[in-house]
Design a protein around this ligand. Structure first.
Ligand SMILES: Nc1ncnc2c1ncn2[C@@H]1O[C@H](COP(=O)(O)OP(=O)(O)O)[C@@H](O)[C@H]1O
Ligand SMILES: [Mg+2]
Length: 365
């Protein structure tokens, strides 16, 4: 076999679920992360070190046939020297673009994928100008390193511009027009080096405080799904992408507005572990290891609920028929993603009922 050991930069829950998906295929993961108790390290080998430590990264490359990442903020420059030793997938270019909200939007716009009106902000004057030109409400965000709604300030009236600047002020920001969306949806696909692409059904995602709370899939809306897959295809082909890629969209008056992309497996695709023939994790591994991509056919109507801050009662949740429970092995802490559950049902109504039941047992802290 050409590829049998996959080096993964970052050993969070995404890495852990990648490693678990690799075992039945005979693929082994080896991680690089800071602590021996990281979620991935509990299920596969780990090299302990800083994620951008040059020596540790080289060690990871030597131990691997292909290198990937579960943390999309790893700098492309830190990975560059590894390319002489090993294949890096997805391509570094995708990392570079997705790490900067401004470049991400520029790529979408170049590919004629609609985005929210936005402007770069590097000073208080820039912010005042942007708020005036684009209108209020709007969201001031850091261009880099934001996740789970962190590094964002929603400006609802002009008097908040000062507060927003006090809270976030600096360079490297972006102001986006606030989107009055009816839904948030995401599309996930996997592309092979030969250019074959498979797409998962659209997922509809409900966030609370900027963090994914729960999602349902398939979100049955053929015309939105067709447009979303067309957009994803363009981005993947433009970047000569290999692996799993996700794009998040707002649905505004029936239109899709691209919000951001993630060059990796995605929280809104966790349902595919229990709800699809082949999970996003397995398809990421298949794509980066030059194995044929697997079927993305859904097995029913699913819902996924994140566990945040504290773990819910396993006993109670497992009493719900069709529910699968996933514990990432993390220390509870407010705001931390600790696990999730997925419900797979024969009908959308059954799924909605079971979701309402599950939500009663899941505290959100
Ligand atoms: N321009 C916007 N208009 C309305 N809501 C937004 C906007 N930008 C972000 N949000 C809300 O905040 C959530 C997190 O923002 P996002 O840009 O996806 O950052 P990240 O997921 O990297 O923290 C979104 O899923 C959405 O619910
Ligand atoms: Mg997001």
């Amino acid at each position: 076999m050409k590829f049998s050991t996959v080096g993964v930069v970052g050993a969070g829950q995404l890495g852990r679920m990648l490693a678990l998906a690799g075992y039945p295929l005979g693929l082994r993961c080896v991680f690089l992360d800071r602590g021996p108790d990281a979620p991935g390290a509990q299920v596969a080998r780990i090299l302990v070190g800083e994620l951008e430590d040059p020596a540790r990264l080289l060690e990871l490359a030597h131990a691997s046939d292909v290198v990937t990442f579960d943390w999309e903020n790893i700098s492309s420059a830190a990975l560059a020297p590894l390319e002489k030793l090993v294949t890096i997938r997805p391509p570094r270019k995708a990392l570079e673009i997705s790490q900067d909200r401004l470049r991400e939007k520029a790529l979408f716009a170049r590919l004629k994928i609609p985005v929210a009106a936005h402007a770069a902000v590097d000073s208080k004057q820039d912010l005042a100008r942007a708020a005036h030109a684009l209108g209020i409400p709007g969201v001031l965000k850091t261009r880099r390193l934001g996740y789970d709604g962190k590094g964002q300030f929603v400006i609802r009236e002009a008097s908040q511009i000062d507060d927003a600047w006090t809270a976030m002020g600096g360079t490297g920001l972006i102001y986006e027009k606030f989107q009055q969306f009816s839904r948030e949806v995401s599309i996930i696909g996997a592309r092979s080096a030969a250019g074959k692409i498979v797409y998962y059904p659209l997922s509809a995602n409900t966030h609370a405080g900027g963090i994914l709370h729960y999602g349902i899939a398939p979100f049955v809306h053929p015309s939105l799904e067709r447009r979303a897959t067309r957009h994803l295809k363009k981005v993947m082909e433009t970047l000569s992408y290999v692996g799993v890629l996700t794009i998040e969209f707002f649905v505004v008056k029936g239109r899709l507005i691209a919000n951001e992309m993630a060059p990796r497996v995605h929280n809104s695709g966790h349902w595919t572990i229990d709800g699809c023939v082949t999970s996003q994790f397995e398809n990421h591994l298949r794509a980066i290891c030059d194995l044929p991509l697997g079927s993305t056919r859904p097995l029913g109507h699913t819902a996924m609920v994140n566990f945040l801050g504290s773990m819910p009662s396993r006993e109670r949740l497992l009493g719900i028929e069709g529910l699968a429970f996933h514990d990432y092995g993390k220390e509870p802490r407010p705001g931390r993603k600790l696990g999730h559950c997925t419900i797979v049902c024969a009908t959308a109504r059954g799924r909605d009922r079971a979701l309402a039941e599950a939500l009663k047992f899941v505290e959100w802290t």
